[in-house]
Design a protein around this ligand. Structure first.
Ligand SMILES: Cc1cc2nc3c(=O)[nH]c(=O)nc-3n(C[C@H](O)[C@H](O)[C@H](O)COP(=O)(O)OP(=O)(O)OC[C@H]3O[C@@H](n4cnc5c(N)ncnc54)[C@H](O)[C@@H]3O)c2cc1C
Length: 434
């Protein structure tokens, strides 16, 4: 058995690590010059100094059980890697705290959630009661609904209006699905809520204390090398064809023989490798219909003494949605990472104009942040597939024997997330060695 994993994003890396841990021979090919795919760190030079910046601030949840297990397996210590905080949302409206929801670390679920909603700041009593009733109804139906529909419509049908939407459900939907609430799949949003609110620690935020490469690709690569996995970078696969012994996987210059293949590339690139596999053309047609959503990260470097009261704070009624204090998190003192999820008016601005606007918004909300010394905008235009209503999601098993699909888009329970990517990779590996 010799497995060729095509794509070294989180899905491909998870598949390779799981197979290698079972002693299976693996070759991993990636088109890029570094592993990690959409969760990677890039070196940015400013004023002769090199800064390591993530292509986008990532947050994990306590419910990301398979990701945490995988990190443990490859030797990443959770305490060194993450700042774990009980669910806490604080949104600033100008210089005021417009919304605050905090859950207790000590009380069990769902009492901690109930009290969190009951005593949250920024919603009127009837709004808080309406949110609690809504959550209770969802729990009763185990977060299941019949026909899928846009989340905005579902919320209105369930008497969620005004501030509950603006300050609670919409920011959560953007953070979890990276999809505007008018398009977002209610079913997928409820899957995330269900898993987040199951046990007390599932709703914890895990904020990386390391950069994304230190967190994922570097330790997984070391693990794979210890297990004798062959890793080849700058190898863009052009075609996969059936052979007598399995498959031939070809790049521009080389061909690799494999008994099994896992295609772990993003849906945007899928069609490019499926040409010689006619039974998979229907999948390329499905993924061709996908719409993608951007994630923009605006890095603003202030004086090293500048900091926020918390590593993660929200902003409402602004382009800026969340700001992360990289000084508190990763010792990048004075560096703020501001996130704007999904499409919106901010896309009409140039990068410099956007950075200026965001700096003004931060100054209004946090007057201690004066003028940034420099900025860098990283815009991932196709950060995730838009998690729309009834999006077709191909399975990991394909009509071809011993050929599987991994990637966040194949884990149909979840939106595009690290956990979805990890689960899809592990699932392909399990299909091979079980
Ligand atoms: C800015 C940003 C912020 C995000 N924030 C979060 C977050 O907070 N929490 C969260 O859970 N998720 C977040 N995500 C989503 C998460 O990063 C992705 O869901 C996950 O990384 C997808 O992994 P993947 O392996 O499925 O795909 P990819 O990362 O796209 O990996 C595919 C790999 O295939 C390679 N490849 C492509 N074509 C070929 C070819 N022909 N031959 C060989 N190799 C090829 C690529 O180089 C790439 O390495 C974010 C994503 C972005 C972009």
């Amino acid at each position: 058995m010799h497995v060729c994993v095509i794509g070294g994003g989180i899905a491909g890396l998870s598949a390779a690590a799981t197979l290698a841990s079972e002693g299976i021979q693996v070759t991993l090919l990636d088109a890029a010059s570094q592993l990690g795919g959409r969760a990677r760190t890039v070196a940015i030079e400013y004023n002769t100094q090199v800064h390591q910046l993530d292509n986008g601030q990532h947050i994990l949840l306590g419910a990301y059980s398979e990701t945490l297990k995988l990190l443990q397996q490859i030797g990443v210590n959770e305490k060194n890697a993450f700042l774990r905080m009980p669910l806490s949302l604080q949104l600033h409206v100008n210089s005021q705290i417009g919304f605050k929801l905090k859950t207790s670390r000590y009380l069990p679920a769902p009492i901690n959630q109930l009290l969190g909603f009951l005593f949250c700041h920024g919603l009127k009593l009837h709004e808080r009661i309406s949110a609690i009733k809504f959550m209770a109804k969802l729990k009763k139906t185990n977060f299941q609904i019949g026909e899928d529909e846009p989340l905005a419509i579902f919320l209105l049908k369930n008497k969620q209006h005004g501030n509950i939407i603006n300050l609670l459900w919409e920011p959560l939907c953007l953070a979890a699905l990276n999809t505007p609430i008018q398009l977002a799949s209610t079913k997928i949003f409820l899957n995330v809520l269900r898993d987040t609110f199951k046990n007390k620690s599932d709703s914890d935020f895990l904020l990386p204390k390391l950069d994304l490469s230190q967190l994922f690709s570097q330790p997984i690569t070391s693990y794979l090398k210890r297990k004798n996995v062959s890793i080849f970078l700058n190898k863009r696969v052009k075609s996969i064809t059936e052979s007598k012994t399995g498959y031939k996987v070809s790049t521009k210059d080389e061909t690799y023989d494999a008994s099994h293949v896992i295609i772990a590339i993003s849906p945007v690139r899928l069609r490019n490798v499926l040409g010689d596999l006619p039974k998979l053309h229907y999948i390329a047609e499905q993924t061709d219909s996908y719409h993608y959503q951007p994630i923009t990260t605006i890095y603003l470097q202030y004086a090293p003494t500048a900091s926020l009261s918390s590593p993660m704070l929200g902003l409402a009624n602004t382009f800026s949605q969340w700001v992360f204090d990289r000084g508190i998190l990763c010792n990048q003192h004075g560096l703020m990472a501001v996130i704007i999820s999904a499409e919106g008016e901010h896309q009409s601005l140039t990068q410099d104009a956007l950075a200026l606007k965001v700096a003004q918004e931060l100054k209004a909300a946090f007057p201690q942040l004066d003028k940034p010394l420099w900025h860098k905008v990283i815009s991932e235009k196709r950060a995730t597939f838009s998690c729309n209503v009834n999006l077709p999601r191909p399975a990991q098993v394909t009509p071809y024997t011993n050929l599987y699909l991994a990637g966040d888009y194949t884990y149909a329970e979840y939106p595009a997330t690290i956990e979805g990517a990890v689960r899809s990779g592990i699932s392909c590996a399990n299909l091979i060695y079980h």
